[in-house]
Ligand binder design. Sequence first.
Ligand code: DC
Length: 214
Amino acid sequence: MIIAIDGPSASGKSTTAKGVASRLSITHLNTGAMYRAVTWAIREHGIDIRDKSKLDEFLNSVKISFDQFNNICISGKDVSKEISSTDISIMVSSVSAIPEIREKMVQIQRIISGKKDCVLEGRDIGTVVFPNAEYKFYLVADTLVRAKRRYLELKENGENCTLDAIIKNINDRDERDSTRKHSPLLQAEDAILIDTSKLTLDEQIEKIVNIVIQ
Ligand code: DC
């Protein structure tokens, strides 16, 4: 069984997907973390993404995995803290628009979830990665609500940021993610729309779990 949860930045996908996976005792795959981790590795190794042969070489050698706590690792190093920084949030949309990178990520996503029951969250899960997913959800929320959630997350991580900068990043990313040529952010025709603006986390999880187990 595949449960696809897509939606714009900070719409509550990660926490909801994690909660749903835990309630149903199935795997949770955060595909946004994969694009962020690749972005981090590209920056770390100073890869010029316009140089196609260097990019191919990098993509053939990069090792992305999840540890036993579901933290994302690059070559065995847990990079979950690094990838949530504002720097990475600014870079990730342009990196994730590159078709070669998407192809590789989608390939890994299908391998990881191919043989298990899995909740995947991202931008193109219900449209591209698993268009035949049994359950599809599309999460949205008001920009200010999303920005406030992200602000608290970053603060918790010890990062200095302003609400205005976060609103700008969210708007910029949504614009780039939904207008890119390859696999843009899009609600699948058969996805159930959930507005999380006025919902608590428990209510978001409950809504999805109830639909899946009914
Ligand atoms: O979910 P997130 O905000 O951590 O995702 C980071 C970026 O990764 C997002 O701006 C777009 C990209 N992304 C994508 O293109 N496709 C996915 N399936 C998941 C994320």
